[in-house]
Design a protein around this ligand. Structure first.
Ligand code: FEO
Length: 174
């Protein structure tokens, strides 16, 4: 049985994961407007992954006999100054999410809720990967500066990213 405090914190993280998906959809839309389809593809795959994260929290709450409470999801920004600014914002966001996951783990330890602590292990590892993959793109964009050729090559590269959760409805038909 989850404590009230733990349940509230898990529901808050579920909301943050949904916001993460919203944020990356907003970034995908921004890149669509710039005709950077590879960047948009990468962001859509990222958004899809975030829905998967939300689903993990959703399922876990029910596995522990809790109740999911869905709060309003904050509206994300629509515009960024540049592709670099968008990825820097994504990196900052992932660092914030890592902090939230660590705080959840600390709470689970404080409450001696070892099941939740074990559940969070996957997220702790995932955040290392999330931060690293975004940071790599930030660095490449810094290197590209204003070179359209490098931006084009990077767009091709990011267009290769495949969605990781084929079971979700976001995959396009064909
Ligand atoms: Fe769900 Fe990108 O952290």
């Amino acid at each position: 049985m989850l404590s009230e405090r733990m349940l509230k914190a898990l529901n808050e993280q579920l909301n943050r994961e949904l916001y993460s998906a919203y944020l990356y959809f907003a970034m995908a839309a921004y890149f669509e407007d710039l005709n950077l389809e590879g960047f948009a593809n990468w962001m859509k795959a990222q958004a899809e992954e975030e829905l998967g994260h939300a689903l993990r929290f959703y399922n876990y709450i029910y596995d522990r006999n809790g109740r999911v409470e869905l709060k309003a999801v904050k509206e994300p920004p629509k515009e960024w100054e540049s592709p670099l600014a968008a990825f820097e914002a994504a990196y900052e966001h992932e660092q914030f999410i890592s902090k939230c996951i660590n705080e959840l783990a600390a709470l689970a330890e404080e409450e001696k809720d070892y099941s939740t602590r074990a559940f969070l292990e996957w997220f702790i590892n995932e955040q290392v990967e999330e931060e690293a993959s975004v940071k790599k793109i930030v660095d490449k964009l810094k290197f590209a500066k204003d070179s359209p050729q490098v931006l084009f090559m990077l767009d091709q590269e990011l267009g290769q990213r495949q969605p990781q959760l084929p079971g979700l409805l976001l995959q396009s038909e064909g």
